[in-house]
Design a protein around this ligand. Structure first.
Ligand code: 5GP
Length: 174
């Protein structure tokens, strides 16, 4: 099939996932379109600030978008993972989920102090993931220059919650 005019039309709504009442934004049809995937990466690169040293991407879909952006910018790629996955010394940050907590980890030596960092993820929902990631970046002594997400779910007000924590450099492509 030919690519649609807008790559965003390749993001599919899946009702009642992961639980009843939630409409999940499924990016896999976008990834399956070489033209669509290229277009969204182009847009992420075009929106990136100057002189980014490190692109940070979160497990798992932040890896998919963050890695090609890092290559295009000539920047390092640093993965943020769920706790217990990274092999060397880590620092961690936790945040509340509806039920329980999530803990994210990054290698303690992954980013040098003062590095200019861009965080990339697929979807901004409540902002918990970006908030914990920003905290890790700052604790490593790096400069958080920008956060770019492919899609923002406005009705969850993640942007406002992040702004209240001093994270106000957020761009959403859609
Ligand atoms: P938050 O922490 O902002 O509540 O949730 C954002 C994280 O959960 C992102 O890492 C994102 O990958 C994932 N996420 C939450 N809702 C969705 C969704 O509807 N679609 C996709 N693709 N990911 C989601």
């Amino acid at each position: 099939p030919s690519a649609p005019a807008d790559w965003a039309d390749l993001i599919r709504d899946v009702p009642d996932f992961p639980k009843p009442g939630v409409v999940f934004k499924d990016i896999t049809p976008l990834l399956a379109s070489p033209a669509g995937f290229a277009a969204v990466v182009d847009e992420l690169v075009a929106r990136a600030p100057e002189r980014i040293d490190v692109v940070v991407g979160m497990e798992a879909r932040g890896f998919i978008f963050g890695a090609p952006v890092a290559l295009r910018l000539g920047a390092a790629f640093v993965p943020i993972r769920k706790a217990g996955k990274l092999p060397a010394e880590v620092i961690t940050a936790s945040y509340d989920l509806e039920y329980g907590t999530e803990t994210l980890a990054v290698h303690a030596d992954a980013v040098r102090p003062g590095a200019r960092v861009l965080i990339v993820d697929d979807v901004l929902a409540t902002g918990g993931t970006v908030g914990a990631t920003a905290e890790l970046v700052r604790r490593l002594g790096a400069e958080l220059v920008a956060v770019t997400v492919v899609l923002e779910l406005d009705f969850l007000h993640g942007r406002e919650k992040l702004a209240a924590r001093g994270i106000d450099q957020l761009t959403a492509l859609r």
